[in-house]
Design a protein around this ligand. Sequence first.
Ligand SMILES: O=P(O)(O)OC[C@H]1O[C@H](OP(=O)(O)OP(=O)(O)O)[C@H](O)[C@@H]1O
Ligand SMILES: Nc1nc2[nH]cnc2c(=O)[nH]1
Length: 177
Amino acid sequence: MKIQVHDKKFVPYIAEAQLQQRIKELAQQISHDLEGTRPLFVAILNGSFMFAADVFKNLTIEAEISFIKLASYKGTKSTGNVITAIGLEDDLYGRTVVILEDIVDTGKTLSQFLPQLEHQQPKKLLIASLLHKPEATTHHVPIDYLGFSVPNKFLLGYGLDYDGLGRNLPEIYQLEE
Ligand SMILES: O=P(O)(O)OC[C@H]1O[C@H](OP(=O)(O)OP(=O)(O)O)[C@H](O)[C@@H]1O
Ligand SMILES: Nc1nc2[nH]cnc2c(=O)[nH]1
């Protein structure tokens, strides 16, 4: 069923059952690959909160999780935006770290942020993203665990918002053409 949020109409795109099934598969794969490493999952707020919770619930291995927010601000130099993490208190040195993202779109956010994590010398730095828009990606991001590859259209629901609303929807919608 179509929904309206603010001024825009959205149509159903990925059903709740399909999301949950795929997330279960990802969590099984991650559990298999990272058994015995006690990985630290780092979820990037706000968008990833639902994906992070569902992945984490479906893990069958010992694991830790932390939530961070990325703040983007204009540096004083002309080098463009600088991204800093708020709330990352864990020491990543020697750890197996899995970044949890809801979506990689242009890839800018993660490509700017990853070097800061690599700087802490984790043993392994992996990326799990529920969604990826390959046609929109201008900055390459190595996604190790991907839920769905999607076309370059605006998505809503399951953590993704349109001007603050729609994050609570249990399925994913696409902007109506
Ligand atoms: O690949 P990119 O083009 O950089 O886009 C991806 C980023 O955009 C979204 O966050 P957003 O800035 O909308 O913040 P939110 O998670 O708080 O909604 C998403 O959660 C990613 O972090
Ligand atoms: N809500 C929403 N946020 C995004 N951030 C990057 N891409 C998207 C998208 O398609 N929808």
